[in-house]
Design a protein around this ligand. Sequence first.
Ligand SMILES: [Zn+2]
Ligand SMILES: [Zn+2]
Length: 152
Amino acid sequence: MDKNTIDNDVRTIIDAETARVFAPRPGECLACYVFRQLGEFGCNGTHRFAESFRDRTAPRATALLARLSSMGAGCCDCEMFFNAFTFAAKPWITSMPFGELIGTPFGSEEAIDMRERFGIDETPSTTLYLCCRLVRRGSTQACGNWARIRRW
Ligand SMILES: [Zn+2]
Ligand SMILES: [Zn+2]
């Protein structure tokens, strides 16, 4: 194996890993997906995650960005969680180990907020995960974890 072959193999592995990391999980909704990606990679001032969700699961939802814009999230992904969506009364938050597979971990500060807000009184050292309640394929709606913020 020469060096180029190795480089190519490594690149293939990295590409596959990137594709896996960026891919929405089966049935995962737009809001949970974007929330998960922002937690991992942060916002870069664009709609890269909303667009990647649309391209991978709902390519016919061509009006998605216009709709987000009308909800106050016209500039970037993180605005969705300032202007458009907040947690519903009972989002599915778990500290069970399966959360690591299907959920999004909260950071330690966020987890403190979540414990207070939703009255979760498990061992404070356990990681909390937000698990999507799932939507049908092709939908760009948020699942029951989320409520719309209505300012008007
Ligand atoms: Zn942003
Ligand atoms: Zn969801």
